[in-house]
Design a protein around this ligand. Sequence first.
Ligand code: UDP
Ligand code: MG
Length: 310
Amino acid sequence: MKLNIVVPCYNEEAVLQETTKQLSALIDELIAKGKIKTCNLVYVDDGSRDATWTLIEQLQQQNKYVHGIKLAHNVGHQFALWAGLEYSADKCDAIISIDADLQDDITVIEQMVDAYKDGCDVVFGVRKERKTDTRFKRWTALGFYSLMQKMGVNIVYNHADFRLTSQRATKELMLYPERNMFIRGMVKLLGYKTAEVYYDRKERFAGESKYPLSKMLNFAVDGITSFSVQPLRVITTFGLIVTLLSMVAAIYALVSHLCGNTVVGWTSMLISIWFIGGAILLSLGVIGEYIGKIYREVKRRPRYHIEKTV
Ligand code: UDP
Ligand code: MG
């Protein structure tokens, strides 16, 4: 079988050399074992500002497996990955996507290939534990997955974008027209036979995380609002509760009025005005988030622009 490994890279000059070394060693091994026939290593440079592209060009000269795609500007991990998948879709039998920093254990790639040969179209790489992540990263990541689950987004727990998709699955995935992409959720929608392989997540061996808290939060909001209308329902429920409460408040106000002590109440007025105001703004914000999504979808803009490929 022909395999492609897609690696999105954003400012990864510190890791690419080592990544290429490790991955090509693995490819050699897999070929020697007869598990695969050939393999392309597709680096997608997501508009890096450092020497990443020059490095990819060099690696492409030295290493027979390496291919490079240079995107014209930074479009973010999901779009960069998409560019690599689209590029590979008709060039191979299966595609593995993995991050450039090799935090995901590349030795399970062999198991992924085995699962593919057993007839699975999608194989998820799942992290067993996160010993090496900082406590903060661990908590935020766990919070992320449980929030997603509560909001009704069906994703594989502790699976990032380390996964194998068959050519068929990739081509079907490419048919999804949305621009607000949360690929790990979309892959689940395909419905093909899936498998999971487990590994321990390692530390980034060089460079720093390109996913600071702000990006992670954005990613979580995107993931939820691209897949679920649960937040809109929450608003409706909340509105109902407040309406019911306001009836109670009305009765209370009337009774107080009839009893003749209506001067008091300034505090409760003030509090409720602020509270209702806040609730309305929040609800508008959530609705606005969805309208923003619709706005972006209807424009049908291209996901990325390729500057050159090697
Ligand atoms: N990445 C990208 N574009 C971006 C940000 C990140 O292509 O705008 C790539 C990055 O080079 C890496 C992968 O996405 O290969 C995951 O990023 P990182 O390892 O920094 O995230 P973390 O593992 O800390 O969540
Ligand atoms: Mg990483």
